[in-house]
Design a protein. Structure first.
Length: 331
């Protein structure tokens, strides 16, 4: 099968790799779509990922595929099911490293829950979600990103709040939509491109500001209840911290590419800095319904679709800032 393999910082290509093999508790998957993460995948390609990078390795962590075969012990999946987050190989039998391993033509999902039950152990949560066989695969891949941001937004008390969202990629635009949906009194969208701010207004922002203008304007107001950092720019964290009112919260959603410095006296007392964790599996089926209903419009978020051999074009477009979300068709 073919997969996108990184063989060094800034170097990668689509090459032939061994087909996956499944064990008793594995399901074989025909991979369909995988989203390109504008932060994690970029840092993995650059070799700057804070968790370390192994080469050669297969990237991709927003994959969706259809189950084509199941091992004898699998009870949580059936042939024909759509499933999220399949990887090229089962973790115990991978012939090369995987940084989640979604950019491949075929893959594997491990039914750890059934395995634990058969061994008399307490089942652990699994990282994948089984979806109805009739679900749209592209919508399901997009729903992974949109579920991550929703799982962050719904933990914050947004009702009546003044919310600032920095970043106009899929994370920022979806956080603006959710802040509006969850009752924020003001949603201020901040970005670096005027055309993206038009999208921010359509997503629910009641006010939009270019980043350079926002730096001084929001520091002068000092009235933000919640600031969501979704730009991936480490330099923005200190600036955003100074926008908070007393008791406000800065929630860092994105993975900044570098170390963020913080002037602790730039904000009033009693403010909170939180690095968000996501729980997309808990909300993904509901978010997928919103995507397939059109409430969360696919074309508002997915602005580039490429086939696996052309994945380099998606990376280049992301590096230029030309896309909201890029999706790779795998099979």
């Amino acid at each position: 099968m073919r997969a996108f393999v990184m063989d060094g910082p800034g170097r990668g290509s689509v090459v032939e790799v061994p087909d996956p093999r499944i064990g008793d508790y594995d399901a074989e998957v025909e991979m369909l779509w995988c989203g390109v993460c504008s932060s994690t995948d970029r840092m993995l390609r650059d070799g700057t990922f804070r968790g370390g990078v192994s080469y050669p390795s297969i990237l991709g962590h927003e994959s969706v595929g259809r189950v084509s075969a199941v091992g004898s012990g699998v009870r949580g999946l059936a042939v024909g099911d759509l499933v999220t987050r399949p990887a090229a190989y089962s973790a115990g039998s991978a012939p090369l490293a995987m940084h989640w391993g979604g950019f491949a033509e075929r893959g594997v999902v491990h039914d750890a829950r059934s395995e634990a039950e058969d061994q008399g152990l307490v089942p652990a949560p699994v990282p994948w979600v089984r979806l109805d066989a009739g679900s749209d695969p592209l919508s399901a891949a997009l729903a992974i990103s949109l579920s991550e941001t929703f799982s962050v937004a719904c933990r914050e008390d947004l009702l009546g709040a003044t919310v600032v969202v920095v970043g106009t990629g899929v994370a920022g635009l979806s956080l603006m939509r959710y802040a509006s949906l969850l009752g924020a009194s003001q949603v201020i969208g901040v970005g670096r491109r005027a055309e993206r701010l038009e999208q921010a207004a359509r997503a629910g922002a009641t006010e939009t500001l270019l980043a350079d203008d926002a730096a001084g304007e929001l520091a002068r107001r000092h009235d933000a209840d919640i600031v969501f950092e979704a730009s991936g720019q480490s330099s923005m964290v200190d600036i955003e911290y100074g926008w908070l009112r007393s008791g406000g919260r800065l929630v860092v959603y994105s993975a900044p590419a570098g170390t963020a410095e913080l002037d602790l006296m730039a904000a009033p007392r009693d403010v909170t800095l939180r690095v968000a964790s996501t729980q997309e599996t808990a909300v993904l089926p509901g978010i997928l319904r919103l995507v397939q209903s059109g409430y969360l419009d696919v074309d508002s978020f997915v602005t580039l679709r490429v086939d696996l051999p052309d994945i380099g074009a998606a990376f280049d477009a992301i590096d230029r800032g030309d896309v909201v979300k890029a999706m790779v068709r795998l099979h």
